[in-house]
Design a protein around this ligand. Structure first.
Ligand code: NAD
Length: 523
């Protein structure tokens, strides 16, 4: 009954509106938040294992990629043993947490959403400083965090309680969804609030206990999210928080026999390692681990000869250079009909030259830094490869400043099978590939191991319909850019080496953290 009451009280899900920074009061609020966040730089954030604060002798530093000497926070570096303790504590608390009614668990998510709404500017400011997102990108991350909490809370209310099945003679029969157990949430840094919170909250609201091990690049934002979830009513033993190296703490979580599921978002290589490790039964392990793996992309935009070329240029530029190309959905290949090719490249170069690059806290910069020195070097290496595989028509190196700044780079005349057209670069580097015609463009678009997002620009209905059928990606966008998936509106996840297509922010997502129990009573 309580579930039904809450269902009635909760209005239908709507996306959190974005902040309009052209308004003076919002600009002032963000500037004040940046100052507040800066006043907390260097603070230490503990781990939480078994409900207790835990510190380690060894620490890790999280720094600001716009100003690498700035230390955002100090976090603990968990040993494999501490990670194992965390999963064991989560396992021990599962019996308690799973009995908490679904509407109470959902209530905690709704409260967390409200706390984040109240502290929106502060959280966006921290995202801006810890991972180098522009104001607009940071605000979108914060809004998506709120959306995941609101959406998954509602989804749990929908999934809670008995579900009708086909009636059968002389039986009272029904089905319920029950949680899985204790699991690990292992997110990346590129949506440091939204993905870390989304995966964790989905598993928790479904009645599971969780060990969250955030990325080494964004532990402070994760620590803030954990503090908010506790404040909102998630008991500490239901959510363990472990910071540390992926190959140490993450690996121990994945391999522990008491780990029932792993929710991972990150690179293809690590995703495949986890898939393999999770598939191996450990001594004492009672179940087949469930691995929800969301991985990389080599996302393409097809620009047909019948496209609105200006719209296509704008869509490609935003999707290729927004957050410095560090989105799994970023456009890293533009596949352009030969009849449109020269015009498109010329206009794109003009557009890319207008992209401003510099410290993320300055709203005048469209692009901030890439996340780390390692990322910077990897991207610069790919640009060198690209210089041999095609022609750099704009960008092609570092941008000025102490931070990890890279110029928006366009490499034209790239062959479909070139490395820069096949491998995920995860930076502001776009390969432009010429296609003979629309069918050839689709063939090139499908010609990688990935299948995450894709976009098509064309005014020809028949071609768009063909793309709907043939373009093999989890998220296809027609006459719009391939980034910017909204919770609820664009359930997100990819095919092939882009992952297990779990469709975050969609109505199927919570089912990954539940199992169905079918009950029939003879009457
Ligand atoms: P990553 O694979 O390097 O790290 C992801 C997480 O895995 C981190 O928390 C890391 O500490 C952990 N990890 C590393 N090694 C591990 C191991 N051996 N065992 C267990 N855990 C381990 O990825 P990243 O650089 O943080 O993120 C960028 C990648 O994420 C890109 O490939 C991007 O496309 C992908 N991504 C995908 C999606 C999606 O929805 N498909 C969304 C965002 C990012």
């Amino acid at each position: 009954m309580a579930t039904a009451e809450i269902k009635l009280q909760k209005p239908e899900f709507v996306n959190e509106p974005f902040v309009d920074f052209t308004k003076a009061e919002n600009k002032a609020a963000m500037e004040a938040a940046l100052k507040k966040v800066a006043s907390e730089f260097g603070r230490e954030y503990p781990m939480y294992i078994g409900g207790q604060e835990v510190k380690t002798a060894e620490k890790m530093k999280s720094t600001n990629p716009s100003h690498p000497s700035q230390v955002i926070g100090i976090v603990e570096s968990a040993s494999a043993e501490q990670a194992r303790q965390a999963i064991e504590s989560a396992h021990a608390y599962f019996d308690t947490w799973k009995r908490v009614p679904a509407e109470k668990r959902a209530g905690a998510l709704f409260r967390a959403a409200e706390i984040i709404r109240q502290r929106k500017f502060e959280i966006s400011a921290l995202i801006c400083c810890e991972v180098g997102k522009s104001w607009i990108e940071a605000d979108a991350d914060t809004a998506e965090t709120i959306d995941f909490l609101e959406f998954y809370g509602r989804e749990m209310l929908r999934l809670a309680g008995p579900h009708k099945v086909t009636p059968y003679q002389n039986e009272r029969n029904f089905m319920v969804y029950i949680p899985l157990g204790a699991g690990a949430a292992i997110p990346p840094w590129n949506f440091p609030a939204a993905i870390a919170t989304g995966m964790t909250a989905a598993a928790l609201v479904a009645g599971n206990t969780v060990v969250l091990k955030p990325s080494e690049e964004s532990p402070v934002i994760a620590a803030k999210m954990v503090e908010i979830l506790y404040e909102a009513g998630i008991p500490k033993p239901a959510l363990q928080f472990v910071t540390g190296l992926g190959e140490v703490a993450g690996d121990a979580l994945v391999k522990h026999p008491k780990t029932r599921f792993i929710a991972f978002t990150g690179s293809k290589d690590v995703g495949l390692l986890i898939s393999e490790a999770a598939g191996k039964r450990q001594p004492g392990q009672l179940w087949i681990k469930r691995a929800v793996l969301e991985m990389g992309g080599k996302d393409a935009t097809i620009v047909d000869e019948e496209a609105d070329v200006d719209a296509a240029v704008e869509g490609v530029a935003l999707a290729a250079f927004g957050y410095q190309g560090q989105k799994c959905s970023a456009c890293s290949r533009a596949i352009v009909s030969e009849k449109m090719y020269d015009t498109f490249v010329q206009k794109l170069v003009e557009r890319a030259k207008k992209v401003t690059v510099g410290p993320a806290e300055d709203p005048g910069n469209y692009m901030g830094p890439v996340v780390s020195e390692t990322a910077l070097n990897g991207i610069l290496n790919y640009i060198e490869v690209g210089k041999k595989e095609g022609k750099v028509v704009t960008g092609g190196g570092r941008a000025p400043g102490d931070g990890y700044f890279v110029q928006p780079t366009v490499i034209a005349d790239v062959a479909p099978n070139a490395r820069v057209a096949q491998e995920e670069i995860f930076g502001p580097v776009l390969a432009v590939i010429k296609a003979r015609d629309f069918d050839h463009a689709l063939e090139i678009a499908n010609g990688t191991e990935f299948g995450l997002t894709g976009a098509v620009y064309s005014k020809n209905k028949a071609k768009l319909e063909k793309a709907e059928e043939v373009f093999h990606v989890g998220n296809l966008y027609l006459n719009r850019k391939c980034t910017g998936a909204m919770v609820g509106a664009h359930p997100f996840g990819g095919f092939n080496m882009s992952g297990t297509d779990s469709k975050t922010g969609g109505k199927d997502y919570l089912l990954h953290f539940l199992q169905a129990k079918s009950i029939a009573e003879k009457v």
